[in-house]
Design a protein around this ligand. Sequence first.
Ligand SMILES: *[C@@H]1O[C@H](CO)[C@@H](O)[C@H](O)[C@H]1NC(C)=O
Ligand SMILES: *[C@@H]1O[C@H](CO)[C@@H](O)[C@H](O)[C@H]1NC(C)=O
Ligand SMILES: *[C@@H]1O[C@H](CO)[C@@H](O)[C@H](O)[C@H]1NC(C)=O
Ligand SMILES: *[C@@H]1O[C@H](CO)[C@@H](O)[C@H](O)[C@H]1NC(C)=O
Length: 289
Amino acid sequence: MLLLGLAVAAAAVPLAAAAAKLATAQKEQGTSRFLQQLSDLGLWSGVVACSDSAEDEPYTAAFGTASYELDVPMSPQLRMPIASNTKLMTSVALHQLQQQGLLNISSPAADYIEPADFGMEGRWCPRVHGAPAGSPCEQPTLHQLLTHTSGLWDSQSCMTPESMAVYEEWQRPHCLGAKPGNYSWIIAEVSGQTPAVLTLANWTLQQPLAAKPGQQYSYTNDAFWLLTYIIEKVSNQTLGDYFRTAIFEPAGLKSTFYDLSLGQGREVHRQFVWNGGYTTPIAVSAGEC
Ligand SMILES: *[C@@H]1O[C@H](CO)[C@@H](O)[C@H](O)[C@H]1NC(C)=O
Ligand SMILES: *[C@@H]1O[C@H](CO)[C@@H](O)[C@H](O)[C@H]1NC(C)=O
Ligand SMILES: *[C@@H]1O[C@H](CO)[C@@H](O)[C@H](O)[C@H]1NC(C)=O
Ligand SMILES: *[C@@H]1O[C@H](CO)[C@@H](O)[C@H](O)[C@H]1NC(C)=O
């Protein structure tokens, strides 16, 4: 009896480890089966990496197709563009700069905007559209810009005549689609060129607010153009250089990069690129990782 008890106790540790391994394997199998079904139905292509603990080698698998035109299968080695999830990096950057005492996220964004950079007479202080005459102008904070509560609206949501048509008359001149010229400038912007960041921030600075800061949530890319300008101004680095030196390298993210030139010449998976007002599927390009 005693002997048996000892034997069970001795086996308990390996048994627990084996049970954990089995549970993990079952989870992996379940995940894999589910994702494979989605992929077989043509509903999903992608890569998954997950693990139960930091010590475990992650379970990694790829499903579906990276390029339908070229019949390239998805692979865990392909980089995925994360689009607006990059806004998280913007938030990390601002918090880092705050830790260094270079800015305060609770402060008005105008504190970090140099009027001379934009040929402005004074401090940025936008008015809410339709506010009664004589009401004061507003001072959105960095926090409000970050949390989509600044009152700025998303001029990028109406870049085309079709999308502009659904907006009210007063709003249309504030649509990006109303900005003179074709989209060559946005291609420049997505190449991460600072002057284009200035162009976009300048555009944002000219717009009225759609709501009083802090009153409502309204998703906006425009706020992030301003935040990009502010990060570049305060850090004296381009956004891409800042992300690389202050976030990716310290975190050991060797394969992660910020490159709004859309990864051309590097190995990256892209579903589409914005190109002159239409989307173009581009091939998965082989290159050095
Ligand atoms: C930022 O400013 C607010 C209000 O002005 C102040 O309460 C807070 O302590 C400041 N935070 C930092 C990190 O300086
Ligand atoms: C900012 O926009 C205003 C109004 O459109 C324009 O007059 C000014 O030249 C622009 N400044 C910069 C630096 O782009
Ligand atoms: C867009 O404008 C730029 C100069 O402003 C010009 O070089 C380019 O050819 C134009 N592109 C299209 C597609 O019209
Ligand atoms: C900003 O960086 C550039 C080089 O990238 C340097 O020449 C310049 O002195 C820096 N400015 C400040 C204020 O640190």
